[in-house]
Design a binder for this molecule. Structure first.
Ligand SMILES: [Zn+2]
Length: 186
């Protein structure tokens, strides 16, 4: 057998950096037809992560389709994105954590988010483990058909934490992922 690693030879200096796409990814068929990957990442991140996992498991060595490459990029970018909404407790720093609440009325949601400095406010001992970082992977794990309310609450927090407005376009979300390149790192 002969192995020719073309892709590795082309970019010896940055072998793992995903290619930056120029447009948001629109699904052409299937259950996500006409939706965008960027949109799904905010309204149903569990769907994106499941899809990505399946693609990684079933990948033929060295071969990735356009969607797979796009998800490589988008998920890598999502790791660099920090929420921008301001902490409702100190009114100063961006929020970073939320407290897992399975049931609570909508109008109390913002009592359950906090920045790094204020996060102790969220701790009602002995349930410290209920404090989670606001990020896509964490929120995707709330997807549970038996309790869709918790997932929806977490998604609302995600949407709020990135200061998104209803009706935000796929292009705007795409720009948000792109900008993560230049965002200050932690
Ligand atoms: Zn704060």
């Amino acid at each position: 057998m002969i192995f020719i690693e073309d892709t590795e030879k082309k970019k010896p200096d940055e072998p793992t950096k995903p290619t930056e796409p120029i447009l948001p990814y629109q699904f052409g068929s299937g259950q996500n037809k006409n939706r965008y990957a960027e949109e799904l990442m905010f309204i149903d991140p569990a769907r994106i992560f499941n899809m990505y996992e399946r693609m990684n498991e079933n990948q033929i060595k060295g071969q990735k389709n356009l969607l797979h490459l796009h998800l490589d990029w988008m998920i890598a970018q999502s790791h660099k994105m920090e929420p921008t909404a301001i902490c409702p407790h100190c009114q100063e720093n961006p929020v970073k954590y939320f407290r897992v609440e399975w049931y609570y009325p909508d109008n109390r949601k913002l009592d359950h988010v906090a920045c790094e400095t204020c996060k102790n406010i969220l701790k009602y001992s002995p349930e410290e483990d209920k404090i989670r970082k606001i990020n896509f992977e964490t929120i995707a794990r709330f997807n549970n058909p038996q309790n869709s309310g918790a997932y929806q609450n977490a998604l609302d927090i995600l949407f709020w934490a990135y200061k998104l407005k209803n009706g935000v376009s796929a292009q705007e979300l795409f720009e948000l992922f792109k900008r993560a390149n230049t965002a200050p790192s932690e």
